[in-house]
Design a protein around this ligand. Sequence first.
Ligand code: KIV
Length: 276
Amino acid sequence: MRKTLAEIRSMKAEGKKISMLTAYDSSMARLLSGCEIDILLVGDSLGMVMLGYDSTVPVTMDEMLHHTKAVRRGAPESFIIADMPFGANHTGERDAVKNGIRFLKEAGSDAVKLEGGLEMCGVVRALVQAGVPVMAHIGLTPQTASQLGGYKLQGKGLDDARRLLAEAKGLEEAGAFGLLLECIPDKLAQVITKSMKIPTVGIGAGVHCDGQVLVINDLLGMFDKFTPKFVKKYADLSPLIKESIQQYHTEVKAGTYPGTEHSFSSDADYSSLLRE
Ligand code: KIV
């Protein structure tokens, strides 16, 4: 059953952890929804994981909509959040609202997620007022990672931690229904989580968050360009996939695939056709 916003909010109050994973296509979304994952995130990480970009910056609205539609088709019963790609919410509230509404109307998402701190409060407020639920995302924000000095831990010092806490409170006040915390110390995530009524979902933010999210390809061991410290590989599928493909290749070359069990037969004598 698809979770409602109210149910997601009340999970925090009831001390129930939220499970969230990324999904980018219909068949994976179907598997995830069968495992009763609470929230599917069509993350703009798809730019790196699925589309081969070096960062999430080039990802477009059209690409995000395309993948979100596929995920919705695969998981009609799941609560789906779509990532606002870089540029979709940076040119003013009007554009942000227009793009947010496209995710709900055209792609069938239940909410959007956007990166940014206090500078995004106006945009969050405008989206929520327009009826688009927003999960905010602070800490390491990959779309602006170069300004943060790369993909590294945020909020290490007290000043930085104070800024992140102020951002969290500002975004909650602006109407965000949840807050994603990426790559910050676990004790800071604990303080932020305790200070908020809305649930926090962490990635590289320790165990005290109200929920956790991972990139599905990292969890399954299918993305081997790099593995951040916070990733736990629950499977190591890359070698298995490569082995299977290699075996197929060998069998095709040797003429041992397809076997009779993979072929269709008929009683007709087709050899007469050769003489026609
Ligand atoms: O795009 C993404 O996958 C994310 C991760 C932090 C989960 O935002």
